[in-house]
Design a protein around this ligand. Structure first.
Ligand code: IDP
Ligand code: MG
Length: 150
């Protein structure tokens, strides 16, 4: 089953929006399989955002993401990567539609409150950066047939 990494970023922690972010993603029907608070260090941040190294916003992004603890979660389900990113909306909150997390709760691309993996491959790498295998839970939900047809 597909998994994706979700981060309620330091701005979400500061603004008291962690519960709302997790709640909106739970509401999609995706299954929460891991959750913890993490204070990223510079090395971890540079690894997580390695693809953006050299871009003008990179140093500010690393500074921001390490400035305060964040909350990391793993959600699981069919098309988890795509479903979670759709719930978050575009990277720039100004372009994110109403009804999405960023569209409703953020204003600035540099303070867009949430991260979601952008591919299944990247999700696997990102999850392994944040979580040990034993921190990912495997369990059944009785409600599953009411959320997933087969
Ligand atoms: P994503 O978070 O929607 O996947 P990416 O393009 O991967 O977007 O960028 C990673 C993060 O870098 C964004 O979520 C945002 O926090 C930050 N970022 C991206 N572009 C800019 C920018 O132009 N200015 C400031 N921060 C940016
Ligand atoms: Mg990205």
């Amino acid at each position: 089953m597909e998994r994706t990494l979700v981060l309620a970023k330091p701005d979400a922690v500061q603004r008291g929006l962690v519960g709302e972010i997790i709640s909106r993603l739970e509401g999609t029907g995706l299954k929460l399989v891991a959750l913890k608070m993490v204070w990223m260090d510079t090395e971890m941040a540079r690894r997580h955002y390695g693809i953006h190294r050299g871009k003008p916003f990179f140093d500010g992004l690393v500074q921001f993401i390490t400035s305060c603890p964040l909350v990391a979660a793993v959600f699981e389900g069919p098309k988890a990567v795509e479903i979670a990113r759709k719930a978050m909306g575009d990277t720039d909150p100004a372009r994110a539609p109403s009804g999405t997390i960023r569209g409703d709760l953020a204003l600035d691309i540099g303070r867009n409150i949430v991260h979601g993996s952008d591919s299944v491959e990247n999700a696997e790498q990102e999850i392994s950066l944040f979580f040990k295998p034993e921190e990912l839970f495997s369990y059944e939900r009785q409600i599953k047939p009411w959320i997933i047809e087969s």
